[in-house]
Ligand binder design. Structure first.
Ligand code: ADP
Ligand code: MG
Length: 366
């Protein structure tokens, strides 16, 4: 097992800079997820950990050893890719043991390790099958088995579930969580899917445009985002953002929500100056709790999920949020079976649940 330290890691392809100075501590034994939109540099960063991409500058240590110049095979890492790339003419057992055979491991040792991995992954019944006789999920398990037999100090996963259908993805997600519990090995997992990040991670690293936006435990990022990007990226349905302007900050901060013809009043240590443009962030479920704050809304569409309903709404003042590049407000309601399109209603929230972001910088005003 090993922890990792990334210090001012940068990646440059010719004159294009894609990773702009990443500082990150990955604790020994933790499950860390790199999440962010497509193209933000997740794979590049992971491949630099694996040694498949050269590090342009900065220092990377694995288990206390600087690995910048260390060959991939010598780093104690094993990687699982999105495409399983199994050898079609080899059995499951041969596929899993292939890497060990290449490094000259004794046959009996290979068998022991393949059997152990097959037992963890429940692949015992399939060891003599060829990949074409396996389902997608079983193939991905073989690819994970190939990593396990190498007994790595760090597992690296690059979107390993993206090729699977939705149901299988959820099942495999649980398998991977169980695998981490069972092995206790450091794991770094790349995904663009914030639900995978939330459910798997001890620590989430949110990346955008080659930079870390925020690092933290899943619920810390959910409850206490540092900026509007993280607030909007983590959570489904997304956090609602409502345009506001600071009226005054002596005493509690007063923010006018002009599209809704409402005023929000809540204490903020930041005391933003009057006239500051802000976005007020409220999650759909904040409305289900109710409170002193209110928004006057008109129902656009209702989705009934059974246990809860999501009401997509516009300000009842007539202002069109869609005309101002903000999506409709989504309100979670526990009892809204009779809500009809076109109806107006008042959604209540606790002002202390409202997060405030500075429009100019995108940063949270606490
Ligand atoms: P992600 O995995 O988050 O989708 P990547 O790490 O694959 O993103 O890519 C990050 C950025 O680096 C992208 O803009 C991509 O176009 C660029 N990139 C990746 N590989 C190369 C390369 N070999 N040469 C030039 N640019 C690259
Ligand atoms: Mg990628």
């Amino acid at each position: 097992m090993a922890g990792l330290e990334l210090s001012d890691i940068r990646k440059q392809y010719a004159d294009i800079s894609v990773i702009h100075g990443v500082d990150l501590s990955i604790p020994d034994g933790a499950f860390t997820v790199f999440v962010g939109p497509s193209g933000c540099g997740k794979s590049t960063l992971l491949r630099m950990v694996a040694g498949l991409e050269e590090i342009s500058s900065g220092t990377m240590t694995i288990g206390g050893r600087v690995v910048n110049e260390v060959e991939p095979a010598e780093r104690g890492v094993a990687m699982v890719f999105q495409t399983y790339a199994l050898y079609p003419h080899m059995t499951v057992a041969e596929n899993m043991g292939f890497g060990l055979r290449m490094t000259g491991t004794a046959k009996s040792e290979i068998k022991t390790r393949v059997d152990a991995a097959a037992s963890i992954l429940k692949l015992e019944p399939y060891l003599q099958r060829k990949p074409k006789a396996l389902s997608g999920g079983q193939r991905q398990r073989v690819a994970i088995g190939r990593a396990i037999v190498r007994n790595p100090e760090v597992f690296l996963f690059d979107e390993p579930l993206s090729n699977l259908d939705a149901e299988l993805r959820v099942a495999m997600r649980v398998e991977i969580a169980r695998l981490h519990q069972e092995l206790g090995t450091t794991m770094i997992y790349v995904t663009h899917d914030q639900v995978e990040a939330m459910t798997l991670a001890d620590q989430i690293v949110v990346l955008r445009d080659g930079k870390i936006e925020q690092t933290g435990a899943p619920l810390t990022l959910y409850d206490d985002p540092d900026n509007v990007f993280v607030a909007g990226f983590i959570g489904s349905p997304r956090m609602n953002f409502i345009k506001g302007k600071v009226e005054s900050s002596d005493g509690p901060t007063r923010i006018s929500l002009s599209e809704h013809d409402e005023l929000l009043e809540r204490p903020l240590e930041a005391r933003p100056s009057p006239g500051t443009d802000v976005l007020v962030g409220l999650r759909p479920e904040h409305f289900a709790k109710g409170g002193e704050g209110s928004l006057s809304l008109r129902v656009d569409v209702v989705e009934h999920l059974g246990g809860a309903s999501y009401i997509y709404a516009e300000p009842s003042s007539g202002a069109q949020t869609s005309a101002t590049d903000l999506p409709p407000v989504v309100v979670e309601a526990r009892t809204a079976r009779n809500v009809r399109e076109g109806e107006t209603f008042t959604a209540h929230y606790d002002p202390l649940d409202a997060l405030v972001f500075d429009v100019a910088s995108g940063l949270r005003l606490r």
